[in-house]
Design a protein around this ligand. Sequence first.
Ligand SMILES: *[C@@H]1O[C@H](CO)[C@@H](O)[C@H](O)[C@H]1NC(C)=O
Ligand SMILES: *[C@@H]1O[C@H](CO)[C@@H](O)[C@H](O)[C@H]1NC(C)=O
Length: 145
Amino acid sequence: MFFSKLAFALSTFIGLAAIQGSYGQPTGAVAAVAAVPPAPPGLSFLYSLNCTLGTQIPVGTGPRGTRIVIPIVGGTFQGPKLKGKILNLGADWALSSTSTSGAESTVNVDTRYQLVTDDGANIFIQTRGMLPSQTRGNRSTKSSS
Ligand SMILES: *[C@@H]1O[C@H](CO)[C@@H](O)[C@H](O)[C@H]1NC(C)=O
Ligand SMILES: *[C@@H]1O[C@H](CO)[C@@H](O)[C@H](O)[C@H]1NC(C)=O
């Protein structure tokens, strides 16, 4: 097991941006939407987390890349307004692909996991996104820093 703080903090910010974007749209007539552009979505810090990961499950390589499942088995999260634990029932169904030269690789994260706050609220998290292009052979260094 190891920690992957950066990858999951990044995923959380992507999830937050998606939530704010979907609720920021005006609900009036189409003409009003065109006349008044919506405010750009913003980001506010929600929490950081330390995530404990289980042993990777190799799924195999297909036309879109190589899939591995990384179990999310525990951890903690904390921010200005909420804190709690990560439950042992999630995973990242990560898909990695390598450039034709073999020099660069990208990783698409695809997570589903479950938080429970200290005051008992259950929060389902689903995130998708791409980690920056990485030099082959150095993935664990960059994703765990
Ligand atoms: C994550 O781990 C770091 C280093 O041990 C610690 O300083 C931080 O408080 C932890 N954060 C959470 C949310 O557990
Ligand atoms: C891996 O990352 C470390 C730290 O950023 C760097 O010093 C090292 O040169 C990298 N190795 C490769 C093979 O890119």
